[in-house]
Ligand binder design. Structure first.
Ligand SMILES: NC(=O)c1ccc[n+]([C@@H]2O[C@H](COP(=O)([O-])OP(=O)(O)OC[C@H]3O[C@@H](n4cnc5c(N)ncnc54)[C@H](O)[C@@H]3O)[C@@H](O)[C@H]2O)c1
Length: 373
């Protein structure tokens, strides 16, 4: 067993400042993981983060962070379009990787990372670890037990709205609270699918299993967004509707839109001949599982295994949970449900959706992942 995992934080933007670093700064994790380096290309940002969160090394360049040999693992919290290249560089440097969602933008990139990590004996954990949630695991059990009868269809999705323009860390004056969200609207890696729809689709595929075919319409609805008086050009699709074929005429509808979500579904809804799952309830009734009381009292993230005590109050605890999954895997050899294979399948659905929208042709999928039995 390795004693303490030395982790580097790649990108000191919103998720790092609000979630990752405040969690990893807590004393209770320091017997297992310690932040030893941070990097960000915006001059002064990594240094400011290092000072605020007691991180010994700060770099403007990711290459310098890797060259410093001060990390066993990295959490990649940069814009999504950079994740593949940065993941590959980490693997080449012999470093384990946690990917903030999404791990890559194409299925080929995901294939390459998984293969390279295996060749180097390294571990990849990919957010969002939605099947770590006891509720989602219980829903899968209920469906396998036949609680909904024969399934007919399911739905999930998310909308951008103005979420990223309005995050608190983008409206201050200092270097850690004045973070420009322009990349969320640009190619590659922008758009609501890789950033937002990814949660519900991880949960839905985790519950129902892999998808076989995808069709989609997709395009750019809002061509320019205003942020702090600056006009941000938007060339990445922000309005995408997909249909999924799970096989045997079980279908799914998935959206990642510029605005407007479906009410009353929660992260996903599933409909069968004998009932439905909606808002995390079975036919309108709460679902019982060992952690349900704790969640009702403290909040949804409280049932995640590493989210305890001080971590209840800190934002984005699910991201911290995924990082701790990697830490446990490195230290204790304990693999995780937040797997790169599951992330690759979800990425293939998005990637295939964009290809279908471009060509007008339904796309067959080729990847799969291990579902919970
Ligand atoms: N913002 C959220 O609510 C949220 C929540 C959970 C997960 N995430 C995920 O976290 C990741 C980052 O999102 P964010 O909202 O923090 O973005 P952000 O734009 O707020 O921050 C990204 C940071 O990465 C830095 N960066 C740019 N190029 C870099 C490079 N080459 N090397 C290292 N750093 C670089 C930027 O300077 C910036 O400080 C994304 O994958 C996103 O989907 C975001």
């Amino acid at each position: 067993m390795n004693d303490i995992v030395r982790i580097g934080v790649v990108g000191a933007g919103s998720i790092s400042v609000r979630g990752i670093m405040p969690h990893l700064e807590q004393d209770d994790v320091h017997d297992r993981v310690q932040m030893t380096a941070v990097c960000d290309p915006v001059p002064g940002r990594a240094e400011a983060a290092a000072e605020r969160f007691n991180i010994p090394r700060a770099f403007e360049s990711y290459e310098d962070l890797l060259d410093s040999k001060s990390v066993d693992a990295v959490t990649i919290a940069s814009p999504i379009g950079l994740h593949y290249e940065q993941g590959k560089m980490a693997i080449d440097a012999g470093v384990h990787v946690h990917f903030n969602k999404s791990m890559t933008t194409t299925v080929e990139e995901a294939d390459d990372l998984i293969k390279s990590a295996q060749q180097h004996g390294l571990k990849l954990v990919a957010s969002p670890g939605e099947m770590l949630r006891p509720l989602n695991r219980r829903i899968r059990e209920l469906i396998l037990e036949g609680a909904l009868g024969k399934l007919a269809w399911a739905v999930t999705g998310a909308a951008f709205g103005r979420y990223h323009e309005q995050e608190s860390v983008r409206w201050g004056e200092d270097i850690l609270s004045n973070i420009n969200p322009a990349w969320y609207f640009r190619r590659p890696g922008g758009g609501p699918l890789y950033d937002m729809t990814v949660y519900g689709l991880h949960a839905l595929t985790g519950v129902l299993g892999p998808v076989q075919r995808v069709t989609a319409f997709s395009g750019v609805r809002i061509k320019e967004r205003e942020f702090r008086g600056e006009m941000l050009p938007c060339d990445m699709d922000d309005n995408t509707l997909l249909t999924l074929d799970f096989g045997q005429s079980l279908f799914g509808f998935v959206y990642g839109t510029a605005a407007g979500g479906l009410p009353d579904i929660g992260r996903f809804a599933i409909f069968g001949l004998n009932g439905s799952i909606r808002l995390g309830k079975l036919n309108g009734q709460p679902i019982d599982y060992p952690e349900s009381q704790l969640e009702a009292e403290i909040g949804g993230n409280a049932s995640l295994p590493h989210v305890v005590d001080a971590h209840y109050q800190i934002q984005e605890a699910h991201v911290y949970e995924d990082i701790m999954q990697l830490v446990d895997w490195i230290r204790l050899g304990k693999p995780t449900l937040a797997s790169a294979e599951h992330a690759r399948h979800v990425i293939e659905i998005f990637d295939a959706g964009y290809r279908s929208a471009e060509t007008g042709i339904a796309q067959d999928l080729r990847t799969t992942f291990e579902t919970i039995q």
